[in-house]
Design a protein around this ligand. Structure first.
Ligand SMILES: [Fe+2]
Ligand SMILES: [Fe+2]
Length: 295
């Protein structure tokens, strides 16, 4: 299993080769049981409570992916390629991320009742994941999905870098690789819809910036609230303490965030000439940092 990713953003060789590469990779899918669980150093993972929240929150959001998938499948109804990929691969892989992270949580923090905490999260999360959240056109929704997959790629890359023990390091690196592949697929579909819908660059840039600024807020807040409630039932109403946990998580991610990789990925849907790219890079770095620095 390759624990590191290339700094180069995906997309150099064009959509067709990317999807073919993805299909080849898919035949060699990893499985939760193939992770080197015998190397697990639970003591090292437990030494820093921040990792509990970083892993649990990710496990909740990934395990709730089918809520998003259903909305997206409905949105792309009549397009068998997109619909089929979402249903047969994307949903399956996101749920596998959830299963792997849950397994990790249950092995490292067996006293935490994951199933009960997740039940509470899922019920709240269902209210957030409404079809109203989708962008007004299919092309713009695909841009938004590219932003989300960039965010997850960067998050797991940061988690892998920061991880205090080998299994989490490998697991996060593997998930990050999958998220890059999801990005490639959404980018490929976006390119098809851009031609069909004629989405202009500035419309795309606006959709991209908007989604970037919206990243994390609701999902992360919901996940942290339920992770906190399950971990600290006696202090469930202590909002200040829960907010402090969130700040510590943000600081950890910020320290390890692959900013340049995220910027390179975010630039892809814009297809800008080199000069404009360098002009846009600074404001994008600023926005990416703002998203992570927000406490
Ligand atoms: Fe995922
Ligand atoms: Fe993904």
């Amino acid at each position: 299993m390759n624990a590191r990713m290339q700094e180069q953003a995906p997309g150099r060789d064009g959509p067709a080769s990317e999807v073919n590469a993805y299909d080849t990779a898919y035949r060699h899918r990893w499985r939760v049981e193939d992770l080197p669980w015998h190397q697990l150093d639970a003591q090292a993972a437990r030494a820093n409570e921040d990792f509990f929240y970083l892993v649990v929150c990710a496990s909740f959001i990934e395990s709730g992916s089918d809520l998003y998938t259903r909305n997206l499948i409905d949105y792309y109804a009549g397009d068998p390629e997109v619909e089929g990929w979402l249903r047969e691969r994307w949903e399956h892989e996101e749920l596998q991320h959830g299963r792997a992270l849950r397994t990790y949580v249950e092995r490292v923090w067996p006293e935490f009742d994951w199933a009960t905490a997740f039940k509470g999260f899922f019920s709240d999360y269902g209210r957030i994941c409404s079809p109203d959240e989708l962008e007004p056109t299919r092309a713009r929704e695909l841009v938004a999905r590219c932003v989300v997959e960039t965010g997850t790629t960067a998050y797991y890359r940061a988690l892998s870098d920061a991880a205090p023990e080998p299994v989490l390091k490998q697991l996060a690196a593997q998930i990050s690789k999958d998220e890059v592949n999801h990005f490639k697929h959404f980018l490929n579909y976006y390119q098809l819809y851009r031609e069909r819908e004629g989405a202009g660059r500035w419309v795309v840039l606006r959709a991209l910036m908007q989604r970037l600024l919206e990243l994390r807020d609701d999902d992360a807040e919901c996940a942290i609230r339920h992770a906190w409630a399950g971990r600290q039932p006696a202090r469930v109403h202590d909002k200040a303490a829960a907010a402090e946990v969130q700040q510590r998580m943000n600081r950890m991610v910020r320290r390890h965030l692959p900013v340049q990789l995220a910027i390179n990925m975010l630039m892809k849907p814009l297809r800008l000439p080199r000069l404009l790219q360098s002009w846009l890079e600074r404001p994008l770095v600023f926005v990416v940092n703002r998203v992570v620095l927000r406490d």
